[in-house]
Design a protein around this ligand. Structure first.
Ligand code: PSU
Ligand code: MN
Length: 310
């Protein structure tokens, strides 16, 4: 007998279970941004703050993570503290879930693992900071985040501020197109640049209201095509973005340092994010948080519009 029946993956918090049963809005939140994307101890406060933002919009938060080999959607305070403490907390992509569950490991879930577990639990909306994507040295490293291919086969709506600007943004958009993942700008005709409001790349579709996103989600279901995601790209407010000149300077330094130190694989994204925080004196962190807060708020409104339709 396996330790946990398949039907218990992920284990839902009582709040999430009740909301799903009553068809009230629920928003999935990822935990890698907490454990590996933000400095301690601020990350715990941010995790709690994001959950409160969801509640303030009338929805229920479902933070996803694996603790002692059990996958959860909806963490109690003690489990959120475990994830935020960082010690021994692994970074889990979708492919790491089976090893982590079998080994009894504790880990934070990336977009790919969070989207997978959230969809499995019947959640339809997920808010995060920035998606993973194609890294700038893809030709040498073949480093493309597993986020993209997982989203090509998972029916969930992901609200994000684009993809992290440490990535090759045009290549990432190209891959999303190839993979058949829909991308829609929220009140923007250009794809956001994570720390920056605008990456300069155009988007083909723009919506102005959460209800329009819910209508697209319903149309996706009606088409009954491949079970792909919908990416809602929501820019950080221009007043809260990182200074673009500073951004470009420190990013070049971060990429050079990453190369010199030979950092590869899962360590690349946390290294670059951490470098930017230090090199901008914390300004990149504030822009990152502003983007995530906006996404979480919008995610809750989209979940509300979706629940109102169902
Ligand atoms: N966005 C952030 N901070 C993060 C991440 C996204 O603001 O730490 C995480 C997400 O969990 C995303 C992951 O899925 O980085 C991508 O990592 P990789 O490039 O190794 O696939
Ligand atoms: Mn990678």
């Amino acid at each position: 007998m396996p330790q946990h029946a398949a039907s218990e993956v992920p284990v839902l918090s009582e709040e999430v279970r009740e909301a799903l049963a009553a068809r009230r809005p629920v928003v999935a939140l990822e935990s890698t941004i907490l454990a590996h994307g933000l400095p301690r101890p601020r990350n715990l406060a941010v995790g709690l703050e994001l959950e409160e933002l969801v509640r303030a919009e009338g929805a229920v938060p479902a933070t996803v993570a694996v603790v002692d080999g059990v996958a959860y959607a909806g963490l109690d305070k003690a489990r959120l503290e475990r994830i935020a403490a960082g010690e021994g907390v692994r970074k889990l992509g979708h492919r790491d879930l089976a090893p982590a569950l079998a080994a009894g490991a504790t880990g934070a879930t990336t977009v790919s693992a969070t989207a997978f577990l959230a969809a499995r639990a019947g959640l339809r909306v997920f808010a995060t900071g920035g998606l993973g994507g194609v890294h700038r040295e893809f030709a040498q490293t073949q480093d493309e985040s597993a986020d993209l291919s997982l989203l090509a086969r998972t029916r969930i709506t992901v609200v994000c501020a684009g993809v992290k600007s440490i990535l090759d943004v045009p290549a990432t958009l190209q891959r999303l197109e190839t993979l058949g993942v829909g991308v829609v700008g929220y009140r923007t005709r250009t794809f956001p640049g994570f720390y920056l409001a605008d990456s300069g790349e155009p988007v083909d579709w723009t919506v102005e209201r959460p209800q329009e996103v819910a209508e697209m989600m319903a149309a996706q279901d009606a088409l009954a095509g491949p079970e792909s995601a919908l990416v809602v790209a929501n820019p950080v407010a221009a007043a809260e973005q990182l200074d673009p000149g500073l951004h470009d300077r420190v990013l070049a330094q971060a990429l050079a340092e990453c190369r010199e130190r030979g950092i590869t694989g899962q360590a690349v994204t946390p290294f670059l994010l951490g470098f930017l925080v230090r090199a901008t004196g914390g300004a990149s962190l504030e822009a990152n948080l502003a983007a995530v807060r906006g996404n979480v708020r919008l995610g809750a409104r989209i979940a509300g519009a979706w629940a109102a339709r169902a």
